[in-house]
Design a protein around this ligand. Structure first.
Ligand code: HEC
Length: 219
């Protein structure tokens, strides 16, 4: 598979102008060249960026509640599963902030197509550090485990599971609890991400779009 490509708006006078739109395309849409020939390119509002895959993980704080083995297993899992690629400030638009690893992202992810909707639905990867106000400080271990394994009601209501929980659903209890223990043991980082928006609503935050496109008329 191709390395993801990101496209981001830089237009200033369309309806979408106040919004910084970014799109990630896993495969370049050959069908788009057909649109270009017809005089319209949906990508006109976008510029290409490089996303960052974040496998780096912060050192957990020692905790009386969890064993060292559990914390290092959780850290290993979170790194390997690339949770920080979405949940780190700046990672989705290629400018990761090392001081905000796993502390949430103010770049959102569109879950309806910005090529169809001027205002797609957007979710913002939340702060996973245990900050009491902006992070997961009040979450229980069981809530965290459930989130990693089956997503939330919101996720399952969506046609596109933005957070890839279906891929994690076969995880063992031990591994899921290790992830939860690791997240609970991080140093809290204060970072409030923008509120999610429903399709049709407008966000002032920036966002990206993941997409896989198949050509209709390959030449
Ligand atoms: C492809 C991007 C992506 C990846 C990778 C990802 N997440 Fe998420 N995650 C999201 C988004 C987006 C949301 C918010 C979804 C929503 O609001 O419905 C979310 C929500 C969550 C939540 C709920 C937090 C809250 O405040 O509601 C937790 C916990 C979480 N993710 C943990 C993880 C863990 C642990 C991993 C790695 C095993 C991970 N995520 C990987 C995108 C991602």
């Amino acid at each position: 598979m191709n390395f993801p490509r990101i496209f981001k708006t830089n237009s200033v006078n369309t309806a979408r102008s106040p919004i910084q739109m970014v799109s990630v395309s896993l495969l370049l849409a050959l069908s788009l060249s057909a649109c270009e020939t017809a005089g319209y390119s949906p990508l006109v509002d976008y510029e290409q960026l490089s996303p960052a895959s974040i496998f780096a993980t912060p050192e957990p704080l020692p905790s009386p509640n969890y064993s060292t083995e559990q914390l290092s297993r959780g850290r290993y899992m979170v790194g390997m599963l690339g949770c920080g690629s979405c949940h780190t400030e700046g990672a989705l638009n290629g400018t990761p902030d090392a001081a905000k690893l796993l502390a949430g992202s103010s770049t959102g992810i569109a879950y309806t197509s910005p090529f169809i909707d001027d205002n797609p639905g957007v979710v913002y990867p939340p702060n996973l550090t245990p900050d009491m106000e902006t992070g997961l400080g009040t979450w229980t271990m069981n809530q965290l485990v459930e989130m990693v394994r089956v997503g939330t009601r919101d996720h399952s209501a969506r046609s596109l599971p933005v957070m890839p929980w279906p891929a994690f659903s076969g995880i063992t209890n031990e591994d899921a609890f290790s992830i939860a223990a690791y997240l609970k043991s991080l140093a809290p980082v204060r970072n409030l991400v923008p509120a999610n928006v429903e399709p049709g609503q407008r966000t002032n935050g920036e966002y990206i779009h993941f997409g896989i496109y198949q050509s209709r008329n390959p030449q």
